[in-house]
Design a protein around this ligand. Sequence first.
Ligand code: PMP
Length: 453
Amino acid sequence: MYTSEEIARLKELDRALIWHPFTQMKEYVAEDAPIIAAGEGCYLIDIYGRRYLDGVSSLWVTVHGHRVAAIDLAIQEQLGRIAHSTLLGLGNIPSILLAEKLVSLAPLGLKKVFYSDNGSTGVEIALKIAFQYWRNTGQPQKKRFLSFYNAYHGDTLGAVGAGGIELFHHIYGPLVVSSLKVPSAYCYRCPYGDAGTEDCRRDCFGAVARTIEAHAPELAAVIIEPLIQGAAGMLTWPPGYLRHLREICDAYDVLLIADEVATGFGRTGKLFACEHEGVSPDLMVVAKGITGGYLPLSATLTTERIYEAFYADYAELKTFFHGHTYTGNPLACAAALANLRLFKEVKLIEKLQPKIARLQELLVGFWDLPHVGDIRQAGFMVGVELVKDKETKEPFPLARRTGRRVILKAREKGVIIRPLGDVVVLMPPLAISEEELSHLCEVVAVSIREAAG
Ligand code: PMP
C-alpha cells in the first residue's frame, strides 16, 4: 500500500497543515489519529490497511455503505457529461430530476426545491426565505425566530443564532442575531423536573405554546430538529411534540421549519422524521444522507404559498437574492438520484425496521454498564450518556474527557465513533448488517467498561 516514508510524511503534513474541525488541535497533534485511505461497505481502511467499522457513518451521512457500485457508476456517467454548471440563470439535468424525486418523497405540500451544498447553508436559506416571506407579504414586523435550547442547526452565523448549545454557541453570542429560545426535552435532566409525570405535558408542551402566543406578531418562524436533537447528545422529543408545534404555528400564523439535516433519509426509521407525526413543515432542510455520503449537497424544500410570495416583477424587489457557486452541482445531484433510487431497489426502509429493533435490544444491556446514566434512541440515532454518578446524575468533569477516552478505546478495537461531550454516539450506516451491528455494540460496551470508570 503505502511505504513507511509515505506514511510518515502524510502524518507529518496532516498535523502541520490541517486545522481539523470541532477539534482541539493540541489533543489531535498528540494522538495518532488514523488517516483514511479507502472504504468498503461499512468499513473505513487507513493508510496501514487497518479496517475500522464506521460507527458514525462518516459523520452521519453514509447510507448504503462506502463504494456503492450504483452510486459510483452514476457519478462516473455524469463525469462523462459535465462536472459542474451553474443554476444561476441555467438549468442542469440531474438537478431537475432530483427535484422531481425529492418533491415526490417529501411530506405533502413541499413543492419547490432550493439547492445548496451543506446543512448550515440549507438552514440559512430556510431562515432567509421565512424572513423575506413576511416582508414580501406586507408583514415586515414578523422577523424573529424561535428555536430551542440544545438546538444545533450548523456553524454559519445565522445557524449559530438559531443554535442553543452552550459550549458551541455561547462564544459567538455578540456576533449573531439570537433567536427566542424555549427549553428542549432533555428528559434525563428535565428543565421542569417533572419528566414522565402528568405535569410533563403541561410544562414542556405549554412552554412553547405560551412563547409563540406571546410573540406571534413578531415571529417569522420556529425552527426545530424533528423527533430528536442530534448534536446536543440525541435528545428525543416526547411523542406528539412536533404535531403540537405544527398546530400552534398554524393557530398563530408562524412558519414551521423542520431541520432534517441529520434525521432525513431514513435515519430515524422513516424517510423523514416529520412522517412519524404526520407533519408537513413550511420549510424542510435536508443534507447529509441525501447523497448517501458521497458529495456535499443540501436542499431546502418549501410550499407553493411561500414560493408565490417571491414570484413577482423584478422591480417589486421580491427576488430571493441568495445562491452559492456550487448550488445544484450536477455530480452531487447525480449521486443523490442514484442513492435515492437504491432506497427503493434494496427496500432500505423496510429492511431497516428489524435492525432498529435489534439495536434497541442490544442497547438494553448497556444499562448495566458502569457510568451509563441514560440511553436515547430514535431509529439509527443513539446517544449513551456517561455520568460520574448514576444515582445523582453528576456529570464527569469536562477536563476528564470521558467520552473521548471511550472513543479512543473503541478505535484501538477497530471501531470508529465520535462522542458529543460525554455522550457516546452510535450512528451506523443504514445498510449495516445485524452481525456488524452486534459487533459495534459489543466493542462500544467493552470500551465504556474499560475507559469510562
Ligand atoms: N442541522 C443539523 C440538525 C445538523 O445535525 C447539522 C450537522 N450535524 C447541520 C444542520 C449542519 O450541517 P453541515 O455540517 O452540513 O453544515
